[in-house]
Design a protein around this ligand. Structure first.
Ligand code: SF4
Length: 97
């Protein structure tokens, strides 16, 4: 089977040899353009899919980082509050005494 994109060089010989006088070269060129357009569309779709996937992953990473930073801020705030309040820093020490 003829692989149009790889083997046909659009020399035009088949159009002269065709007994039905079909415009084979025009057909072949049209098919080549169609295949190239499909390939471009496929590549564009793959690129969009990769970009979307990267965006989703980036948003998830940013959400994790934001949650971790908020937890660290909360822990630091609680530690500062505990250090500033006398007697509240070591409730276990009072219970054991
Ligand atoms: S134009 Fe026709 S003869 Fe020429 S390479 Fe293509 S298929 Fe073959």
């Amino acid at each position: 089977m003829l692989r149009i994109n790889e083997e046909c060089i659009a020399c035009g010989t088949c159009a002269y040899a065709c007994p039905a006088h079909l415009p084979l070269v025009q057909y072949i060129k049209h098919a080549k353009r169609e295949l190239a357009a499909r390939e471009r569309a496929r590549l564009k779709q793959e690129s969009a899919k990769r970009l979307t996937q990267a965006r989703v992953e980036r948003h998830a990473r940013e959400a994790r980082e934001k949650a971790a930073a908020a937890a660290a801020r909360k822990a630091a705030k609680l530690a500062a509050k505990a250090a500033a309040t006398p007697g509240a820093a070591a409730p276990e020490a009072e219970a054991s005494a």
